[in-house]
Design a protein around this ligand. Structure first.
Ligand code: XIL
Length: 371
């Protein structure tokens, strides 16, 4: 369980300057859940969850943690095309349904991630060989609309927020990514617009989100500019998009985050009328020392600074982490540390103990203005 005694909290936080700054109440027993703290501000807190993995609904220790802390879930992989579409003609909802059923049974909301991940490496391998025929554009459109209609119809009334399009702006150029599907369609804009219009028609009450990983570290300038241009284009064309999902896979590094530039980016996004979500929060700690106390303090301080800034925007209501506990985090495989030590970018450690990052998230909710 997640409840933490005051003593455990102090021991875990020992040596960290951040722990000293945190209000004592976050360590009190029983700690208010993160979702409760979020709700007090008109916000929600949640996490990614898997179907058949350690960080999944099959692990009762993990689900105890999920039930204790979260009001909202998202499937880590189970609702992606690669999971749902083993072949062009076949849908497999096994994992997705298992997570949906779990969420319903436990009174948790579930976000849909995602209806179109417009990157070739994240689309099913069969796309490469797929025969789009002579009417390429209409075949591509049919594939996409069948997919979106089928998913939205299945979870009608149950999924109320979708990442309709994921990561279609290229960080290196700011231009839009091309895939077999977008090439057959004729343009990425046409494909993206069709995805949003189809989702709006089939799930009229759902929040429709563009989700991407542009962030505040130096080096994201082109990505941010590309996303702004993309969002402007959507508005100009009247494409129905409600919000920007900011993945928030933060990187702890020596170079300072570009706070001013990041604020102007968010100001520009909200200025166009988009709401905001934090969809996949975690912290990459490769550049931090191996020592746990130092590393955890660095991760927590960065997380707190980021969330404080983000929570100052009342357009932000939903905050999701990309997994609750270190051992099941995608970061272990995606960005292993050079020293071979396990990464510690989640709120809880391998023994399901809260780390200073959990306290930092709690403190950020406590400091957040009400929505
Ligand atoms: C990741 C999953 O965590 C991994 O298990 C999978 O191998 C690849 O995808 N941005 C996203 C998420 O939008 O869907 C990604 O999830 C992480 C980056």
């Amino acid at each position: 369980m997640t409840t933490l005694t005051r003593r455990e909290g102090l021991v875990l936080g020992a040596g960290s300057a951040l722990a000293a700054m945190l209000p004592e109440s976050v360590w009190a027993e029983p700690a208010p859940s993160l979702h409760a703290l979020a709700q007090a501000k008109g916000m929600r807190f949640g996490s990614a969850i898997a179907a058949n993995a350690g960080g999944g609904i099959v692990n009762s220790r993990y689900t105890a943690l999920i039930k204790a802390e979260c009001g909202l879930l998202v499937a880590e992989n189970e609702m992606k095309w690669q999971a749902l579409r083993p072949s062009p003609t076949h849908f497999d909802f096994t994992g997705a349904d298992a997570i949906m059923d779990y969420a319903m049974r436990n009174g948790l909301a579930l976000r849909g991630h995602n209806l179109l991940w417009n990157r070739p490496q994240w689309q099913p391998a069969w796309f490469k060989e797929y025969d789009f025929g002579v009417q390429q554009a209409s075949e591509a459109a049919a594939l996409l609309t069948t997919h979106i209609n089928t998913v939205c119809a299945r979870y009608q009334g149950r999924i109320k927020s979708y990442d309709v399009v994921n990561e279609t702006v290229l960080p290196e150029t700011g231009l839009l990514a091309e895939t077999y599907l977008s090439k057959a369609m004729g343009s990425t804009e046409a494909l993206v617009d069709l995805a949003f219009h189809t989702a709006r028609a089939e799930a009229p009450d759902a929040q429709l989100v563009y989700n991407d990983y542009m962030s505040w570290e130096p080096g994201n300038e082109t990505h941010r500019a590309g996303v702004l241009k993309f969002l402007e284009g959507l508005r100009q064309r009247g494409t129905p998009v409600d919000a920007l999902g900011i993945q928030s896979h933060l990187i702890a590094q020596d170079a300072r985050p570009q706070e001013r530039e990041w604020r102007s980016f968010i100001d520009a996004v909200t200025g166009m009328g988009y709401a905001l979500l934090i969809t996949e929060f975690d912290v990459r700690d490769s550049a931090l020392p191996k020592d746990f106390a130092k590393r955890d303090a660095g991760v927590a301080a960065l997380g707190k600074a980021y969330l404080d800034m983000m929570f100052s925007y009342t357009q932000l209501r939903d905050v999701l982490v990309w997994g609750m506990a270190d051992p099941f985090s995608w970061l272990q495989g995606f960005e292993p540390r050079k020293d071979g030590a396990p990464t510690r970018g989640c709120l809880l450690d391998d023994a399901y103990r809260a780390k200073p990052l959990r306290a930092a998230v709690a403190a950020a909710f406590e400091a957040a203005p009400k929505r």
